[in-house]
Design a protein around this ligand. Structure first.
Ligand SMILES: [Zn+2]
Length: 316
């Protein structure tokens, strides 16, 4: 049995707890504390919030811990543990030497990965992908991100950006500008804000922008809500089908708030998938994640014990 401190740093909250890793068992996440990130106060402040959370988790730990596994928003260099880029939601977080600062302060081994990858690793090794040789994990919420995991190893890419599933072109997004600067990408039509925008455009009530409310209205048969969800679902499904043609994963695991939408969304997603997937991969299961909020903590702890990337394993 191995115990690790795991911390998940998001734009609104920092979750920190202890993950108990036991050979052959699903890891247990215990003693979790959640505190506000207070991201607007800058990168140095966020780092102090993280230090405080880790320090308190170490105080709570009854058994010795082997190190600190970290999942963080932003683009992470998994070799150095640096945050190489963070968007405007976390001003000043980019450039933080997160891994080395934690190692220096606590004198424990530390390994850092991006939050989307941590989530994917948790689901692949211990959630819905458990026991399968490969999976494509895609989170659909306010944005869209993902990772391809094969035999427990995440594809990282030459620039650490593999898995940006939201930034793939699709027919439904023709002419729509994307946050990355390109035109026609999936994210602005299939993520939560895209569904809300489509709902307004299709004649939905202007005051309604909440995804859960739009989903309730779709379930009640409201036309604009159904159409908005169907558009988004079809676009996502088409991209997932296309990606299965390229990667041929054993399954696709979906998580995030949008993945909870009802049949107006999920039926269209499956239709879009079938329309694009080649015959040999058309039956690839598209399933829900099963670890919920524990996924990134489990992934971060797993990455510490058994590296998520071939690139970091080589440096061990
Ligand atoms: Zn884009």
């Amino acid at each position: 049995m191995t115990n690790a401190i795991a911390v998940d740093i998001g734009g609104t909250k920092v979750a920190c707890g202890i993950v108990v890793l036991d050979e052959g068992e699903r890891p247990q996440v215990i003693s979790v504390e959640k505190v506000p990130t207070e991201a607007a106060r800058g990168g140095e402040h966020v780092l102090s919030v993280v230090m405080g959370a880790v320090s308190r988790a170490l105080d709570r730990a009854v058994d010795p811990v082997c190190g600190i596994g970290v999942s963080s928003a932003g683009v992470i260099d998994p070799v150095s543990g640096d945050v190489t880029f963070a968007n405007d939601l976390m001003p000043g977080w980019g450039g933080t030497h997160l891994g080395s600062e934690l190692e220096h302060v606590f004198g424990l081994p530390c390994r850092v990965m991006g939050d989307v990858h941590a989530h994917a690793l948790g689901e692949a090794r211990h959630g819905s992908g458990r026991g399968l040789p490969s999976c494509l994990v895609v989170a659909v919420g306010t944005g869209i991100g993902g990772a391809f995991v094969e035999r427990g190893t995440i594809m990282l890419g030459a620039h650490d950006v593999a898995g940006h599933v939201g930034h793939v072109s699709c027919l439904e997004a023709a002419g729509v500008p994307c946050s990355c600067g390109a035109v026609g990408h999936l994210e602005p039509v299939a993520a939560g804000p895209g569904i809300a925008a489509a709902y307004a455009r299709l004649g939905g009530e202007a005051s309604v922008t909440d995804g859960a409310e739009i989903d309730r209205r779709a379930a009640a048969g409201e036309k604009a809500a159904c159409e908005a969800e169907a558009l988004a679902g079809h676009a996502l499904g088409g991209v997932l089908g296309s990606l299965c043609n390229v990667l041929d994963p054993a399954c696709v695991i979906l998580s995030g708030s949008v993945a909870q939408c009802g049949p107006a969304w999920s039926d269209a997603m499956r239709e879009g998938f079938s329309a694009q997937a080649m015959a040999p991969v058309r039956q690839t299961p598209v399933i829900e994640g099963s670890l919920g909020g524990d996924a990134p903590l489990i992934g971060a702890a797993e990455n510490l014990v058994r590296p998520a990337y071939a690139e970091t394993a080589e440096n061990d």
